[in-house]
Design a binder for this molecule. Structure first.
Ligand SMILES: NC(=O)C1=CN([C@@H]2O[C@H](COP(=O)(O)OP(=O)(O)OC[C@H]3O[C@@H](n4cnc5c(N)ncnc54)[C@H](OP(=O)(O)O)[C@@H]3O)[C@@H](O)[C@H]2O)C=CC1
Ligand SMILES: O=C(CO)COP(=O)(O)O
Length: 321
């Protein structure tokens, strides 16, 4: 095959497969569980992960990694904390094609970004990252969205942009791979904070304060890591922050909301939990103040109550904006 392979058959992997098949591209969707992939091949749907969406017949669902051998682009969509394990296990079996990292998160053990994990596991592989505001369910239903494709290679970036864009999925290109990934990873932490405030009934003004000061934290850390501040003001930063902090479709926002209201914790992949811890470690390493990320990590890990976290944030010394 000479098309696209999507590795990781969760909600986002299925959505990407559906979009590309809808453009007439050949798509292999690989997932690790043979029984689930056989069921997906037969039913063309997974209502638990992606309700209301059917996969086009042009998507080949498989658990055999050898089927991706001829792919000309690999979209890696396993959850962020599992990218390292996946590549350690399967990296040697992947073809030498550009790898586009689609997960949003900083590895909590190594503090690496997704492209940094891939660069170590697949030395010399051409890499890019896909990030920005877009819920899998909406993308899969072909509702319009715009994402960021980040690629440091000036020849590969435009080529991937052209090959991976779709009629309803615009891709904006940047060479700021660090900035784009920091935005995508940290907006989840801020969405948990906003969800907590919403669940606790703290009001819309509190949410606006958390989003704006959270954006300042995201930008500070990104710049300390070598990114450009302007990248954070784009789709991958401000764009995704706006989406995720304002929608109950977001699992990060919903987790925060459950914690804020005392409801049961929802399951599923909530990337901001591990990334809050990673962000605190990076902020300490680089001497960057990140009080909201720290408060989120403290609440998630039981060191502070929600009231205690709010008190800690409100009692900080007054300062210039
Ligand atoms: N859902 C969304 O709206 C969007 C999600 N994203 C990002 O995409 C990433 C994936 O999210 P999403 O698809 O929603 O999450 P899901 O939980 O639906 O899917 C994650 C997938 O990763 C697979 N996986 C985990 N570990 C491994 C491993 N070691 N080897 C192989 N496969 C593995 C899981 O397999 P199994 O099913 O067997 O557990 C699962 O299919 C996240 O980083 C998220 O932030 C980005 C944009 C939108
Ligand atoms: O990244 C997303 C939208 O851009 C999805 O957000 P959640 O992971 O919080 O559901």
């Amino acid at each position: 095959m000479s098309g696209i392979a999507v590795l990781g058959a969760g909600a986002f992997g299925m959505a990407l497969a559906a979009v590309h098949a809808g453009e007439g591209r050949r798509v292999i969707l690989w997932g690790r569980d043979p029984a689930r992939m056989a069921a997906l091949a037969a039913r063309r749907a997974d209502p638990d992960r992606l309700p209301g969406v059917s996969l086009p017949e042009a998507v080949e669902c498989t658990a055999e990694i050898g089927r991706v051998r001829g792919a000309r682009a690999l979209l890696l969509a396993v959850s962020a904390q599992n990218t390292g394990a996946f590549l350690a296990e399967r990296g040697a079996e992947l073809p030498r094609a550009p790898v586009v990292l689609c997960a949003k998160g900083i590895d909590a053990r190594t503090l690496r970004l997704q492209t940094e994990i891939a660069a170590e596991a697949l030395p010399g592989a051409p890499l890019a990252a896909l990030t920005g505001p877009g819920f899998a369910g909406e993308i899969a239903r072909n509702l319009p969205s715009a994402l960021t494709l980040a690629c440091a290679d000036p020849a590969l970036g435009p080529d991937l942009q052209r090959r991976l864009a779709a009629r309803r999925l615009r891709l904006y290109l940047t060479d700021d791979v660090i900035g784009a990934q920091i935005g995508g990873a940290l907006k989840n932490v801020m969405a948990i904070a906003c969800g907590m405030a919403d669940g606790a009934g703290l009001g819309h003004s509190a949410r606006a304060a958390l989003m704006t000061r959270g954006f300042a934290e995201m930008t500070r850390l990104a710049v300390a890591l070598g990114a450009r501040a302007e990248t954070l003001a784009g789709l991958s930063g401000l764009g995704d922050l706006s989406l995720t902090c304002n929608s109950t479709q977001s699992r990060n926002f919903s987790l925060g909301r459950a914690l804020g209201s005392g409801a049961a914790r929802p399951g599923g992949t909530v990337e901001g939990v591990a990334t809050a811890r990673a962000a605190c470690a990076l902020s300490a390493r680089h001497g960057v103040e990140m009080p909201i990320a720290a408060a989120v990590a403290d609440v998630l890990e039981g060191r502070l109550t929600l009231d205690g976290a709010m008190e800690a944030l409100l009692s900080r010394p007054l300062r210039d904006e």
